[in-house]
Design a protein around this ligand. Structure first.
Ligand code: NAP
Ligand code: GDD
Length: 334
C-alpha cells in the first residue's frame, strides 16, 4: 500500500460506531482527520466514542479536527470541502436505525438519501479530486435470496433501505457522469462494543451483562427468526479504507459469509454470561417491523479476491467480545 502520511480525510458520521474506528485507523496511518459532528444542546454528548482520540483544540501538533455541521446543510458541505481539501471522504452519516426509519421516513430520506447527493454535489462544486466512500448497506437487498453479492437485484424493505439505495445509485451515477472516484461499500451488519444500544446485538449483550450482574431480569425482543451476517466493525472500516486505495472506484459487498438467527446470537451471548437465554428473553410486538428483511448472508468473494480483505471475526466470537466488553464496563462503571 502507498504511503499515507500527510494525507487528509473527511469523515461524516465520525461520532458513530464506524466513524470512531475509522478515525483511529486513519490517525494511526498518519492522516490528518476531519470529522463532522452534529450540534447538540450539550457540549460533548455525541462525541463519547471519540474520547480515546480527542485532542484539545489548543494542541499545536494535533491531527484530529471536529467541525460542527450536518449533512442536511449543503452550503456547509461545500465550504468545508473547499477549506479542508480532503484526499479522501467517507460518507458515514445517516439515520441508520431501520425500525426508526418507519417512524421518521421523511427525516431519514433527508439525511440518508439527500445527504449523500449533497456531499457528491459539494465535491463537484468545490472542484477537488477527492476519493469518496459511500456507506451502502445489505438492507438494500431486502427480500432478495441469499447469498447476496454485487449483482443481486435490490428490493429494499424500509424507508432506510430505500434512502440508502438512492444514495448508492447517486454514487454510481456521479462516478459514471463526472468520472469521480466514488465507490460504494455494500456492508452487511457489523457490530462492536461501540454499537448503539438499540441495535439487536448490543441490546442482547448489554442485557446479558446486566442480568448476570443482577441489575435486570428480562429483555424484550421482536423477530428472533431474522438471519444476519454479523461481522466486527473495526475490520469493516479497514475494508472501507482499502477500497479507496484501490486503482479503480469499484463497489464491493463487505461481509463475513456466515450468518445466524437473532435467536442463535441471544443463545450464544447469554451462555457466555453463564445464563440460559430462554429464562430471560421475552417477546414484544413493538420491536417487530412493518416489513422485515428475513435473511442477509453476504458473498464476500469479490472483495477477498480483488482487495485482499477477509473477515476474521464471526458472529459467535463477536457475541463473546461484546458480552465481555459490557460486563467489563459494569465493573468499571460509567
Ligand atoms: P451510527 O453509529 O448510527 O452512526 C451514524 C453517524 O451519523 C453518527 O455519527 C451520527 O451522529 C451521524 N449523523 C446522523 N445524522 C446526521 C446528520 N444529519 N448530519 C451529520 N451526521 C449525522 O452508524 P454506524 O453503525 O457507525 O454506520 C455507519 C454508516 O454505515 C451509516 O451510514 C450506516 O447506515 C451504514 N451501515 C452500517 C452498517 C452496520 O451494520 N453498522 C451496515 C451497513 C451500512 P450522532 O452521533 O450525532 O447521532
Ligand atoms: N433493533 C432490534 N431490536 N432488532 C430486533 C429486535 C429488537 O428488539 N428483536 C429482533 N430484532 C431483529 C430485527 O427485526 C432485524 O431483523 C434484526 O434483529 C437486526 O436488527 P438491527 O440490529 O436493528 O439491525 P438491522 O439489520 O435492522 O440494520 C442494521 O444493519 C444494516 C445492514 O444490514 C443497521 O446497522 C443498518 O444501519 C444497516 O444498514
Amino acid at each position: 500500500m502507498s504511503d499515507t502520511t500527510g494525507r487528509t480525510a473527511l469523515i461524516t458520521g465520525i461520532s458513530g460506531q464506524d466513524g470512531s474506528y475509522l478515525a483511529e485507523l486513519l490517525l494511526a496511518k498518519g492522516y490528518q482527520v476531519h470529522g463532522i459532528v452534529r450540534h447538540t444542546s450539550s457540549l460533548i454528548a455525541n462525541t463519547s466514542r471519540l474520547d480515546m482520540i480527542y485532542q484539545d483544540p489548543h494542541e499545536t501538533e494535533r491531527r484530529l479536527f471536529l467541525h460542527k455541521g450536518d449533512v442536511t446543510d449543503a452550503g456547509l458541505l461545500v465550504n468545508l470541502i473547499r477549506d479542508i481539501r480532503p484526499d479522501e471522504i467517507y460518507n458515514l452519516a445517516a439515520q441508520s436505525h431501520v425500525r426508526v426509519s418507519f417512524d421518521l421516513p421523511d427525516y431519514t430520506a433527508n439525511v440518508t438519501a439527500l445527504g449523500a447527493i449533497r456531499l457528491l454535489e459539494a465535491v463537484r462544486a468545490s472542484g477537488i479530486e477527492a476519493r469518496i466512500y459511500q456507506a451502502s448497506t445489505s438492507e438494500m437487498f431486502g427480500t432478495a435470496a441469499p447469498p447476496q453479492h454485487e449483482s443481486t437485484a435490490f428490493h429494499p424493505r424500509s424507508p432506510y433501505g430505500v434512502a440508502k439505495l438512492f444514495a448508492h445509485w447517486a454514487t454510481v451515477n456521479y462516478r459514471e457522469s463526472y468520472g469521480m472516484f466514488a465507490a460504494s461499500g455494500i456492508a452487511f451488519n457489523h457490530e462492536s462494543p461501540r454499537r448503539g444500544e438499540t441495535f439487536v446485538t448490543r441490546k442482547i449483550t448489554r442485557a446479558a451483562a446486566r442480568i448476570a450482574a443482577g441489575l435486570e431480569k428480562k429483555v424484550y425482543l421482536g423477530n428472533l427468526d431474522a438471519v444476519r451476517d454479523w461481522g466486527y466493525a473495526p475490520e469493516y472500516t479497514e475494508a472501507m479504507w482499502r477500497m479507496l486505495q484501490h486503482d479503480e472506484p469499484v463497489d464491493y459487498v463487505i461481509a463475513t459469509g456466515r450468518a445466524a438467527t437473532v435467536r442463535d446470537f441471544a443463545e450464544a451471548a447469554f451462555a457466555h454470561a453463564g445464563l440460559d437465554w430462554r429464562d430471560h428473553v421475552e417477546h414484544d410486538d413493538r420491536y417487530e417491523r412493518p416489513a422485515e428483511v428475513p435473511e442477509l448472508v453476504g458473498d464476500p468473494a469479490k472483495i477477498e479476491r480483488e482487495i485482499g480483505w477477509k473477515a476474521r471475526v464471526h458472529w459467535d466470537e463477536l457475541a463473546r467480545i461484546m458480552v465481555d466488553a459490557d460486563r467489563n464496563a459494569l465493573r468499571i462503571g460509567p
